[in-house]
Design a protein around this ligand. Structure first.
Ligand code: NDP
Ligand code: 8X3
Length: 252
């Protein structure tokens, strides 16, 4: 089984936990993200020959190409790609939401994922059986709630893209999986609220939300399935979280 994984958005949350998980499983890991100080901290903390770090902004095609071109031959081809970089911005309904936030979510969650995937697809196909692409979706792909508007829609894209890509890749040996978490306690809500740490802390307070390691475990499990097995979708929520009944506005 080939074992070199590139993870986008590895400087925080699910991506960062997956770096530790996969290095512990003996994989070679390429951790990427925009915050170089965080990548350096990973290097120092893990102090492992299995870890390589490289700056990558998934919204910048030149940055993606340069990062991939910089990888030493000794660790290519990349055999597993985790498209984890992503974000929600804003909590307001569509009437009050900010167009710049919408654009950034589409650029990152959709175009960023596509850019990195297209750049690495030749290496993944070269690897063949055992290769995998693991995309971070979300329960918000199918559950509507106020303020999810564009964020949830980008994750609906991830859901269908994962299935369509898997269909296109049949016969290559490359697997495609959508890992769709519910509420996870990461920097996600600080980012979503544009830096409101108190609001973010209150959101997670007492919720017993998913922890980054929970999703890292899922990703490790998916990546190490036998080569003939494709896990299509992993949807995982904290046991404290459930779906709401559809809301009714009695003044409508
Ligand atoms: P975090 O905010 O903790 O981590 C997000 C990561 O994405 C960071 O490492 C950040 O790195 C990276 N990132 C953001 N923009 C870019 C960019 N333009 N280029 C490269 N990297 C970028 O959030 P999570 O760990 O929670 O989120 C990871 C994924 O999981 C996302 O796709 C998110 O939508 C999804 N998800 C999260 C849930 C949750 O409740 N937490 C639930 C369901 C899905 P840097 O800033 O250094 O570039
Ligand atoms: C994030 C999950 O439920 O906060 O993707 O929208 S949720």
């Amino acid at each position: 089984m080939p074992r070199t994984m590139l993870i986008t958005g590895a400087t925080s949350g699910f991506g960062r936990a997956t770096v530790y998980e996969m290095v512990n499983r003996g994989w070679t890991v390429v951790a990427t993200g925009r915050r170089i100080d965080r990548l350096e901290a990973l290097q120092q903390d893990l102090a492992s020959d299995l870890l390589h770090t490289v700056e990558m902004d998934v919204t910048d095609e030149a940055s993606v190409d340069a990062a991939i071109a910089s990888l030493p031959e000794s660790i290519t081809p990349i055999t597993s790609l985790v498209n984890n970089a992503g974000l929600a911005l804003g909590v307001l309904g569509a009437l009050e939401a900010d167009m710049d936030d919408w654009r950034t979510m589409v650029d990152t969650n959709i175009m960023g994922m596509l850019t990195v995937t297209a750049a690495l697809l030749p290496q993944l196909v070269e690897t063949g059986p055992g290769a995998s692409i693991i995309n971070l979706g979300s329960v918000s792909a199918t559950v509507a709630y106020t303020g999810a508007n564009v964020y949830g829609a980008t994750k609906a894209f991830v859901r269908q893209w994962s299935r369509n890509l898997r269909t296109d890749l049949v016969g290559t040996g490359v697997r495609v999986t959508d890992v769709s978490p519910g509420m996870g306690e990461t920097e996600f809500t600080v980012v979503r609220t544009h830096g409101d740490v108190e609001r973010s802390d209150n959101f997670y307070q007492g919720a017993k939300a998913l922890q980054p390691q929970d999703i890292a475990d899922c990703i490790g499990w998916v990546a190490e399935q036998p080569t003939h097995v494709n896990v299509n979708l992993v949807e995982v929520m904290p046991i404290s979280q459930v779906w709401q009944a559809a809301a009714v506005d009695r003044d409508a």
